[in-house]
Design a protein around this ligand. Sequence first.
Ligand code: ATP
Length: 327
Amino acid sequence: MEYKLKCIGVLTSGGDAPGMNAAIRAVTRTAIFNGIRVKAIYRGYKGLITGEIKEFQTQDVSNIIQHGGTILKTARCMEFMTPEGRRTAYETMQKEEIDALVVIGGDGTFTGARIFAQEFNVPIVGIPGTIDNDLWGTDATIGYDTALNTIVDAVDKIRDTASSHERLFFVEVMGRDAGFLALNSAIAAGAEAAIIPERKTQEDQLEALIHNGFRKSKNSSIVIVAESKETGGAQALADRMKAEHPEYDARVTILGHIQRGGSPTAVDRILASRMGVAAIDALLDEQRNIMIGIDDDEIVHVPFTKAIKDDKQVNPDKIGVLQILSI
Ligand code: ATP
Protein backbone atom coordinates (compact mmCIF):
# COMPACT_ATOMS: atom_id res chain seq x y z
CA MET A 1 0.00 0.00 0.00
CA GLU A 2 1.27 3.51 -0.82
CA TYR A 3 1.85 5.72 2.16
CA LYS A 4 3.62 8.96 2.74
CA LEU A 5 5.91 8.76 5.72
CA LYS A 6 5.54 12.01 7.63
CA CYS A 7 5.78 10.88 11.23
CA ILE A 8 7.13 7.78 12.96
CA GLY A 9 6.73 6.54 16.53
CA VAL A 10 9.57 4.84 18.38
CA LEU A 11 9.36 2.70 21.52
CA THR A 12 11.40 0.26 23.60
CA SER A 13 9.67 -2.82 24.98
CA GLY A 14 10.36 -6.00 26.98
CA GLY A 15 13.60 -6.26 28.94
CA ASP A 16 15.96 -3.28 28.74
CA ALA A 17 19.34 -3.78 27.08
CA PRO A 18 22.46 -1.60 26.96
CA GLY A 19 22.58 0.15 23.58
CA MET A 20 18.84 0.80 23.34
CA ASN A 21 19.57 4.52 23.82
CA ALA A 22 22.03 4.48 20.94
CA ALA A 23 19.27 2.93 18.79
CA ILE A 24 16.71 5.57 19.88
CA ARG A 25 19.24 8.29 19.01
CA ALA A 26 19.95 6.80 15.58
CA VAL A 27 16.26 6.34 14.75
CA THR A 28 15.44 9.90 15.84
CA ARG A 29 18.28 11.59 14.01
CA THR A 30 17.88 9.57 10.81
CA ALA A 31 14.17 10.32 10.68
CA ILE A 32 14.73 14.06 11.23
CA PHE A 33 17.56 14.00 8.66
CA ASN A 34 14.98 12.68 6.18
CA GLY A 35 12.35 15.28 7.10
CA ILE A 36 10.23 12.86 9.14
CA ARG A 37 8.78 13.85 12.54
CA VAL A 38 9.54 11.60 15.51
CA LYS A 39 7.18 10.80 18.35
CA ALA A 40 8.76 9.08 21.34
CA ILE A 41 6.41 6.59 22.98
CA TYR A 42 7.09 5.89 26.66
CA ARG A 43 6.90 2.52 28.45
CA GLY A 44 6.59 0.33 25.38
CA TYR A 45 3.14 -0.61 24.09
CA LYS A 46 1.68 0.75 27.32
CA GLY A 47 2.49 4.31 26.22
CA LEU A 48 0.80 3.69 22.91
CA ILE A 49 -2.36 2.74 24.78
CA THR A 50 -2.24 5.53 27.37
CA GLY A 51 -0.94 8.17 24.96
CA GLU A 52 2.28 8.85 26.87
CA ILE A 53 4.01 10.40 23.86
CA LYS A 54 6.37 13.30 23.25
CA GLU A 55 7.67 14.72 19.99
CA PHE A 56 11.47 14.48 19.83
CA GLN A 57 13.94 16.92 18.29
CA THR A 58 17.60 16.08 17.68
CA GLN A 59 18.67 17.52 21.05
CA ASP A 60 16.29 15.18 22.91
CA VAL A 61 18.70 12.37 22.11
CA SER A 62 21.91 14.25 22.91
CA ASN A 63 24.27 12.76 25.45
CA ILE A 64 22.51 9.39 25.70
CA ILE A 65 24.65 7.10 23.51
CA GLN A 66 26.89 6.16 26.44
CA HIS A 67 24.11 5.29 28.88
CA GLY A 68 22.61 1.86 29.62
CA GLY A 69 18.87 1.28 30.08
CA THR A 70 16.40 3.21 27.94
CA ILE A 71 15.38 6.86 28.23
CA LEU A 72 11.95 5.85 26.89
CA LYS A 73 11.49 3.36 29.77
CA THR A 74 10.14 -0.07 29.05
CA ALA A 75 7.27 -2.14 30.33
CA ARG A 76 5.55 -5.46 29.91
CA CYS A 77 2.04 -4.57 28.74
CA MET A 78 -0.66 -7.21 29.14
CA GLU A 79 -3.34 -4.96 27.64
CA PHE A 80 -1.58 -5.00 24.27
CA MET A 81 -2.17 -8.75 24.20
CA THR A 82 -5.91 -8.12 23.91
CA PRO A 83 -7.73 -6.95 20.73
CA GLU A 84 -9.28 -4.06 22.72
CA GLY A 85 -5.86 -2.90 23.90
CA ARG A 86 -4.45 -2.98 20.38
CA ARG A 87 -7.53 -1.09 19.08
CA THR A 88 -6.86 1.68 21.60
CA ALA A 89 -3.19 1.71 20.55
CA TYR A 90 -4.24 2.14 16.92
CA GLU A 91 -6.58 4.99 17.85
CA THR A 92 -3.68 6.71 19.62
CA MET A 93 -1.57 6.37 16.48
CA GLN A 94 -4.31 7.99 14.41
CA LYS A 95 -4.79 10.79 16.92
CA GLU A 96 -1.04 11.47 17.04
CA GLU A 97 -0.79 11.13 13.24
CA ILE A 98 1.89 8.45 13.52
CA ASP A 99 2.26 6.68 10.15
CA ALA A 100 4.68 3.91 11.14
CA LEU A 101 6.44 2.41 14.15
CA VAL A 102 9.98 1.42 15.05
CA VAL A 103 9.88 -1.06 17.94
CA ILE A 104 13.06 -1.95 19.84
CA GLY A 105 12.84 -5.17 21.86
CA GLY A 106 12.90 -8.96 21.80
CA ASP A 107 10.73 -11.78 20.51
CA GLY A 108 7.67 -10.81 22.58
CA THR A 109 7.85 -7.27 21.22
CA PHE A 110 7.99 -8.56 17.64
CA THR A 111 5.18 -11.05 18.24
CA GLY A 112 2.96 -8.18 19.37
CA ALA A 113 4.14 -6.02 16.46
CA ARG A 114 3.32 -8.73 13.92
CA ILE A 115 -0.23 -9.16 15.24
CA PHE A 116 -0.80 -5.38 15.44
CA ALA A 117 0.54 -4.83 11.91
CA GLN A 118 -1.77 -7.52 10.53
CA GLU A 119 -4.85 -6.21 12.29
CA PHE A 120 -4.47 -2.54 11.37
CA ASN A 121 -2.17 -2.57 8.35
CA VAL A 122 0.43 -0.51 10.21
CA PRO A 123 4.01 -0.43 8.84
CA ILE A 124 6.35 -1.63 11.59
CA VAL A 125 10.10 -2.24 11.61
CA GLY A 126 11.80 -3.94 14.57
CA ILE A 127 15.27 -3.49 16.02
CA PRO A 128 16.57 -6.42 18.09
CA GLY A 129 17.31 -5.08 21.58
CA THR A 130 17.86 -7.91 24.04
CA ILE A 131 20.90 -9.23 25.88
CA ASP A 132 19.85 -12.83 25.13
CA ASN A 133 20.84 -12.87 21.43
CA ASP A 134 18.00 -15.33 20.86
CA LEU A 135 16.52 -13.87 17.67
CA TRP A 136 16.87 -15.80 14.45
CA GLY A 137 18.35 -14.06 11.40
CA THR A 138 20.82 -11.76 13.15
CA ASP A 139 24.34 -12.57 14.29
CA ALA A 140 23.92 -10.24 17.26
CA THR A 141 21.29 -8.30 19.17
CA ILE A 142 21.83 -4.93 20.84
CA GLY A 143 23.02 -5.41 24.41
CA TYR A 144 24.45 -8.89 23.96
CA ASP A 145 28.09 -7.79 23.65
CA THR A 146 27.85 -5.55 26.71
CA ALA A 147 26.25 -8.30 28.80
CA LEU A 148 28.90 -10.76 27.64
CA ASN A 149 31.67 -8.41 28.74
CA THR A 150 29.96 -7.79 32.09
CA ILE A 151 29.77 -11.54 32.71
CA VAL A 152 33.41 -12.10 31.76
CA ASP A 153 34.48 -9.32 34.09
CA ALA A 154 32.46 -10.84 36.96
CA VAL A 155 33.75 -14.37 36.32
CA ASP A 156 37.36 -13.11 36.32
CA LYS A 157 36.72 -11.80 39.82
CA ILE A 158 35.02 -15.00 40.97
CA ARG A 159 38.07 -16.91 39.67
CA ASP A 160 40.28 -15.08 42.17
CA THR A 161 38.31 -16.40 45.12
CA ALA A 162 37.63 -19.78 43.51
CA SER A 163 41.33 -20.47 43.08
CA SER A 164 42.29 -19.13 46.52
CA HIS A 165 39.85 -21.50 48.20
CA GLU A 166 40.13 -24.36 45.67
CA ARG A 167 36.43 -24.36 45.07
CA LEU A 168 33.97 -25.27 42.38
CA PHE A 169 31.68 -22.39 41.41
CA PHE A 170 28.46 -22.62 39.47
CA VAL A 171 27.84 -19.17 37.97
CA GLU A 172 24.34 -18.59 36.60
CA VAL A 173 23.90 -16.18 33.71
CA MET A 174 20.84 -14.89 31.86
CA GLY A 175 19.75 -16.08 28.44
CA ARG A 176 16.07 -16.95 28.69
CA ASP A 177 16.45 -20.51 27.44
CA ALA A 178 19.35 -19.69 25.14
CA GLY A 179 22.98 -20.64 25.74
CA PHE A 180 24.76 -17.84 23.83
CA LEU A 181 25.79 -15.83 26.88
CA ALA A 182 26.77 -18.95 28.84
CA LEU A 183 28.83 -20.63 26.13
CA ASN A 184 30.64 -17.54 24.90
CA SER A 185 31.37 -16.18 28.38
CA ALA A 186 32.71 -19.62 29.35
CA ILE A 187 35.17 -19.51 26.44
CA ALA A 188 36.15 -15.88 27.12
CA ALA A 189 36.61 -16.33 30.87
CA GLY A 190 38.43 -19.66 30.56
CA ALA A 191 35.71 -21.51 32.47
CA GLU A 192 35.84 -25.29 32.70
CA ALA A 193 32.39 -25.83 31.22
CA ALA A 194 29.08 -24.30 30.20
CA ILE A 195 25.78 -25.98 30.95
CA ILE A 196 23.31 -24.81 28.32
CA PRO A 197 19.70 -25.65 27.47
CA GLU A 198 20.56 -26.60 23.89
CA ARG A 199 22.39 -29.73 25.08
CA LYS A 200 19.72 -30.92 27.52
CA THR A 201 18.50 -33.74 25.35
CA GLN A 202 21.94 -34.98 24.38
CA GLU A 203 23.46 -35.84 27.74
CA ASP A 204 23.47 -35.28 31.47
CA GLN A 205 25.97 -32.43 31.31
CA LEU A 206 26.84 -32.51 35.01
CA GLU A 207 27.52 -36.23 34.95
CA ALA A 208 29.62 -35.80 31.81
CA LEU A 209 31.74 -33.22 33.62
CA ILE A 210 32.39 -35.51 36.59
CA HIS A 211 33.03 -38.46 34.30
CA ASN A 212 35.66 -36.49 32.35
CA GLY A 213 37.43 -35.69 35.63
CA PHE A 214 37.18 -31.99 34.95
CA ARG A 215 38.88 -31.01 38.16
CA LYS A 216 41.86 -33.36 38.20
CA SER A 217 44.50 -30.90 37.09
CA LYS A 218 42.91 -27.75 38.47
CA ASN A 219 42.86 -26.05 41.82
CA SER A 220 39.54 -24.36 41.03
CA SER A 221 36.70 -24.82 38.61
CA ILE A 222 34.08 -22.51 37.19
CA VAL A 223 31.02 -23.82 35.41
CA ILE A 224 28.77 -21.28 33.69
CA VAL A 225 25.09 -22.23 33.78
CA ALA A 226 22.42 -20.71 31.55
CA GLU A 227 19.27 -19.87 33.52
CA SER A 228 16.57 -22.14 32.16
CA LYS A 229 14.22 -24.82 33.31
CA GLU A 230 16.17 -27.12 30.98
CA THR A 231 19.43 -26.68 32.92
CA GLY A 232 17.67 -26.41 36.28
CA GLY A 233 19.80 -23.36 37.14
CA ALA A 234 23.00 -23.08 39.16
CA GLN A 235 21.46 -23.70 42.58
CA ALA A 236 19.80 -26.95 41.53
CA LEU A 237 23.05 -28.19 39.98
CA ALA A 238 25.02 -27.31 43.13
CA ASP A 239 22.42 -29.12 45.27
CA ARG A 240 22.77 -32.17 43.06
CA MET A 241 26.54 -31.95 43.34
CA LYS A 242 26.40 -31.82 47.14
CA ALA A 243 24.10 -34.85 47.21
CA GLU A 244 25.85 -36.95 44.58
CA HIS A 245 29.47 -35.81 44.89
CA PRO A 246 30.02 -34.31 48.36
CA GLU A 247 33.80 -34.35 47.79
CA TYR A 248 33.41 -31.15 45.75
CA ASP A 249 33.07 -27.84 47.63
CA ALA A 250 30.43 -26.37 45.33
CA ARG A 251 29.37 -22.70 45.55
CA VAL A 252 26.79 -20.70 43.62
CA THR A 253 26.78 -17.18 42.21
CA ILE A 254 23.73 -15.87 40.38
CA LEU A 255 24.81 -12.77 38.46
CA GLY A 256 21.25 -11.48 38.00
CA HIS A 257 20.43 -7.96 36.89
CA ILE A 258 23.97 -6.58 36.81
CA GLN A 259 24.08 -8.32 33.41
CA ARG A 260 21.54 -5.88 31.98
CA GLY A 261 23.16 -2.69 33.19
CA GLY A 262 26.13 -0.51 32.42
CA SER A 263 27.46 1.61 29.64
CA PRO A 264 27.16 -0.13 26.25
CA THR A 265 30.36 -1.36 24.62
CA ALA A 266 31.58 0.25 21.41
CA VAL A 267 30.38 -2.86 19.55
CA ASP A 268 26.83 -2.39 20.84
CA ARG A 269 26.82 1.37 20.17
CA ILE A 270 27.94 0.84 16.59
CA LEU A 271 25.45 -2.00 16.05
CA ALA A 272 22.59 0.08 17.49
CA SER A 273 23.56 3.11 15.40
CA ARG A 274 23.67 1.09 12.19
CA MET A 275 20.39 -0.66 12.95
CA GLY A 276 18.66 2.63 13.81
CA VAL A 277 19.66 4.16 10.48
CA ALA A 278 18.66 0.96 8.67
CA ALA A 279 15.21 0.94 10.33
CA ILE A 280 14.32 4.36 8.91
CA ASP A 281 15.86 3.48 5.53
CA ALA A 282 13.65 0.37 5.48
CA LEU A 283 10.49 2.35 6.23
CA LEU A 284 11.38 4.88 3.52
CA ASP A 285 11.80 1.91 1.21
CA GLU A 286 8.24 0.84 2.15
CA GLN A 287 9.42 -2.27 3.99
CA ARG A 288 7.20 -3.50 6.81
CA ASN A 289 6.89 -6.38 9.26
CA ILE A 290 10.61 -6.95 9.34
CA MET A 291 13.35 -6.95 11.92
CA ILE A 292 16.68 -5.34 11.10
CA GLY A 293 19.46 -7.90 11.48
CA ILE A 294 23.20 -8.11 10.97
CA ASP A 295 24.68 -10.98 9.01
CA ASP A 296 28.41 -11.14 8.29
CA ASP A 297 28.63 -7.37 8.99
CA GLU A 298 25.89 -6.58 6.45
CA ILE A 299 22.46 -5.20 7.36
CA VAL A 300 19.66 -7.65 6.52
CA HIS A 301 15.86 -7.62 6.71
CA VAL A 302 14.27 -10.56 8.52
CA PRO A 303 10.48 -11.09 8.48
CA PHE A 304 9.07 -11.02 12.03
CA THR A 305 7.72 -14.55 11.59
CA LYS A 306 11.25 -15.86 10.99
CA ALA A 307 12.98 -13.74 13.65
CA ILE A 308 10.74 -15.12 16.40
CA LYS A 309 10.70 -18.73 15.31
CA ASP A 310 12.79 -19.77 18.28
CA ASP A 311 15.39 -22.07 16.77
CA LYS A 312 18.54 -20.00 16.58
CA GLN A 313 21.35 -22.45 17.28
CA VAL A 314 24.56 -22.01 19.23
CA ASN A 315 27.58 -22.79 17.11
CA PRO A 316 28.52 -26.44 17.90
CA ASP A 317 32.18 -25.69 17.04
CA LYS A 318 32.32 -23.47 20.10
CA ILE A 319 31.28 -26.34 22.37
CA GLY A 320 34.30 -28.23 21.00
CA VAL A 321 36.58 -25.23 21.58
CA LEU A 322 35.50 -24.99 25.21
CA GLN A 323 35.98 -28.73 25.78
CA ILE A 324 39.50 -28.77 24.32
CA LEU A 325 40.67 -25.65 26.14
CA SER A 326 39.38 -26.73 29.55
CA ILE A 327 41.53 -29.87 29.90
P1 ATP B 1 13.19 -9.74 26.22
O1 ATP B 1 13.62 -10.82 25.26
O2 ATP B 1 14.31 -8.82 26.53
O3 ATP B 1 12.47 -10.21 27.42
P2 ATP B 1 10.70 -9.24 24.81
O4 ATP B 1 10.37 -8.26 23.76
O5 ATP B 1 10.70 -10.70 24.42
O6 ATP B 1 12.11 -8.82 25.42
P3 ATP B 1 8.25 -9.60 26.36
O7 ATP B 1 7.94 -9.16 27.73
O8 ATP B 1 8.13 -11.04 26.02
O9 ATP B 1 9.74 -9.04 26.07
O10 ATP B 1 7.31 -8.79 25.34
C1 ATP B 1 7.23 -7.38 25.41
C2 ATP B 1 5.81 -6.93 25.21
O11 ATP B 1 5.36 -7.30 23.89
C3 ATP B 1 4.77 -7.54 26.14
O12 ATP B 1 4.73 -6.91 27.39
C4 ATP B 1 3.49 -7.30 25.34
O13 ATP B 1 3.06 -5.96 25.49
C5 ATP B 1 3.96 -7.52 23.90
N1 ATP B 1 3.64 -8.90 23.50
C6 ATP B 1 4.33 -10.02 23.76
N2 ATP B 1 3.71 -11.11 23.27
C7 ATP B 1 2.57 -10.66 22.70
C8 ATP B 1 1.46 -11.29 22.02
N3 ATP B 1 1.41 -12.62 21.84
N4 ATP B 1 0.47 -10.49 21.57
C9 ATP B 1 0.50 -9.15 21.73
N5 ATP B 1 1.51 -8.52 22.37
C10 ATP B 1 2.52 -9.25 22.85
